[in-house]
Design a protein around this ligand. Structure first.
Ligand code: 6R9
Length: 650
């Protein structure tokens, strides 16, 4: 166990940081003792058209769950992200756009330009009859127009719902219909890693299943030929030239919804997570500034896609609310080669770099050379998000990318939370590789006994992770289904927000996420987080990635089924299989030895890089006939290979 190994804050770093260790303790204590006063102050980060007089009005009781922050305040999110910076930094770059092809020119969009583009886009929306409260689906590649579209919706008070460009026509149609969207904004096609996805053709296919009133706004990005339906399809870029370059921001209530983002739960169809305007923006602005220790002039890069919550909070809303320069990348980490991320960091002098463990592990498989080719001296802070990071990947990130001198912020949060809840602050928190460390201001994590539901008081413990009281960035409801919201998050453990994650708290009060509670397996009466076994497997030099699930086992109750992706160039042999089984036995103990180990050339992942365990469980159970919806996978083909070579055949 690495519990005792603390990586101190680099001395030179603490000096200039927004928050030091002492300040963290003092401010955290204050945020919990008097949340009203604390957040009343933090709310002033934004410009309000009408200031709020009420700060917090929240209830977690099942049957009457209701979450309101700054509820009588009036503001406009787009004005906060753009207009208010014009006077002081109109000519500063707001967005750096790096295209898929490294040979194509990057674009630098100043705040002045952003203002004009957002206003023009907003006027196009208005011309199509989109008004305050209407829903708009955004199905775009990672291009500046995605940012314009989101901010244009916010400017006129329309509620956007971004659908990841990798999603299928079916997934798109379901979302259009669930939120009753008035318009879909898409592009001709999306280049990614040198390949192209026809977004317009996908949208055409989706719209066959939707009301014929839905308008289709098309950004001609690649110039690829598409079919065109007159009267329904609109050429956004040419219309933008014809409309006025100004558009007054719509005054919005703090609790008016800003966006809906669909996310999958453990059961049922995707939920439309609803976020507010005021509280959400306060929370992402604050976390963006403090967690990444953002300072004026820094170039900040989050590699997520805007179709994911990380892209909403930490490419767009948080950074722009802070007047930052935020980088948007259209491509993938391995195109044209495994040095692309680092080439971009060097080219644009990136100061804060935020990515996912899955990307780090994939790049680790290509060795140090692609990193060492570039000058990464501009980097100040590194970050991760999305899943627990195994210590090997952490160490590689720290040593090879960070040269052992950059704090790594391992940020635990969820679509539902709007922003970071557990995270180090780079100038304040000594790190422990693999731990999301401690709560952000205003967040009171508690650990409950999964059986009794009782709060565990001891510092050192393990259980399910809940949050005791509301924070401004919390989701407000499930679109169209408040009952589902209450049932999913407030019914299992009364009076608390239930995260769905398990965690361990160590003697220092550091939190270690052990994975989704539904990923816990029980082998011969021993409870085991699948993440633990995965972490052991990926610690082996030949393993690039691993996913572990339980499957029904006659004697043990559940057996351990491991899917293993090897490093480039390593041959899968029976000897290696035996070696890996032995390896896990030695790393964790005999109980953790995989019963079945399958070589997986690829793992089924969502576009945000999360392994879809539901599918792996079905294959492990030899129940491939009922895989369910695989439309949200990044590469649905990997499933066929896994089914064909499955180990458990009845
Ligand atoms: C932001 C985001 C949420 C789930 C969450 C947890 C896992 C995210 C993590 C992490 C360990 C971290 N997760 N960050 N686990 N350490 N730093 O990822 O949102 O897509 O909704 O996923 O991701 O299991 O519950 P979302």
């Amino acid at each position: 166990m690495l519990d005792d190994k603390k990586v101190p804050v680099p001395g030179s770093f603490a000096e200039g940081a927004h928050v030091t260790a002492e300040e963290y303790e003092e401010r955290y204590a204050r945020s919990i003792a008097d949340p009203e006063a604390f957040w009343a102050e933090e709310g002033k980060r934004l410009d309000w058209i009408e200031p709020y007089t009420r700060v917090k009005n929240c209830n977690f009781d099942l049957g009457s769950v209701s979450i309101n922050w700054f509820e009588d305040g009036i503001l406009n999110v787009a004005a906060n992200c753009v207009d208010r910076h014009l006077e002081t930094r109109g000519e500063q770059t707001a967005i750096i756009w790096e295209p898929d092809e490294p040979g194509d020119a990057a674009r630098h969009i100043t705040y002045n330009e952003l203002h004009e583009q957002v206003c023009r886009f907003a006027n196009v929306l208005k011309s199509q009859g989109v008004a305050k409260g209407d829903r708009v689906i955004i199905y775009l590649p990672m291009i500046p127009e995605a940012a314009y579209a989101m901010l244009a919706c916010a400017r006129i008070g329309a509620v956007h719902s971004v659908v990841f460009a990798g999603f299928s026509p079916d997934a798109l149609a379901n979302r259009i219909n669930d939120c009753g969207a008035k318009a879909v904004i898409t592009a001709d096609s999306a280049p990614r890693g040198g390949k192209r996805t026809g977004l317009k053709s996908n949208t055409d296919a989706a719209l066959l299943h939707c009301s014929d009133k839905v308008r289709c706004l098309v950004v001609k990005h690649t110039g690829d030929q598409t079919t065109w339906i007159d009267g329904r399809d609109v050429d956004v870029l040419s219309m933008m030239e014809d409309v006025a370059p100004d558009c007054d921001p719509e005054p919005m209530g703090a609790e008016d919804p800003l966006f809906i983002l669909y996310t999958s739960g453990s059961t049922g169809k995707p939920k439309g997570v609803v976020h507010s305007s005021g509280g959400y923006l306060v929370y992402c602005a604050m976390t963006h500034e403090l967690v990444f220790d953002y300072h004026a002039g820094d170039v900040y890069w989050c590699t997520a896609d805007v179709g994911w919550v990380t892209g909403h909070s930490y490419i767009l809303y948080g950074p722009l609310a802070n007047g930052a320069t935020t980088l948007m990348f259209e491509g993938v980490p391995t195109y044209p080669d495994a040095g692309r991320f680092w080439a971009i960091c060097e080219k644009h002098d990136v100061a804060q770099f935020y990515t996912a463990p899955t990307a780090i592990r994939a790049l680790m498989g290509h060795g140090r050379e692609p990193v060492e080719r570039y000058d990464l001296s501009s980097l100040k802070v590194l970050g991760t998000v999305g899943e627990p990071i195994n210590p090997e990947a952490w160490n590689w990130y720290n040593e090879v990318v960070g040269k052992g001198e950059r704090p790594i912020v391992d940020t635990w949060w969820q679509t539902e939370t709007g922003g970071h809840l557990l995270t180090p602050l780079p100038g304040a928190t000594p790190l422990k590789p693999g731990s999301a460390t401690r709560p952000f201001f205003g967040i009171e994590p508690i650990v409950l006994d999964p059986q009794s539901g009782a709060e565990i008081e001891e510092t050192e413990c393990e259980g399910v992770l809940c949050i005791k009281a509301s924070w401004p960035g919390q989701m407000r409801t499930v679109w169209g289904d408040h009952e589902r919201f209450e049932k999913t998050y407030f019914s299992d453990y009364k009076g608390y927000y239930f995260s769905g994650d398990g965690c361990r708290r160590d003697a220092d009060g550091y939190y270690w996420i052990t994975g989704r509670v539904d990923d816990v397996i029980n082998v011969s009466g021993h409870r085991m987080g699948t993440a633990e076994v995965e972490s052991a497997l990926v610690a082996h030099r030949d393993v690039a990635e691993a996913a572990v699930v339980g499957y029904p086992h006659d004697i043990k109750g559940q057996g351990i089924y491991a899917y293993v992706t090897l490093m480039n160039g390593v041959e899968p042999t029976d000897d290696l299989r035996a070696e890996l089984e032995k390896w896990v036995r030695t790393e964790i103990g005999p109980i953790a030895k995989p019963d079945l180990l399958q070589w997986a050339p690829g793992l089924p992942k969502t576009r945000s890089g999360k392994i879809m365990r539901r599918i792996l469980r079905k294959i492990a159970e030899d129940d491939a006939g009922s895989l369910g919806d695989t439309s949200t996978l990044a590469d649905p083909d990997v499933v066929d290979d896994l089914v064909e070579n499955r180990m458990n055949r009845k």
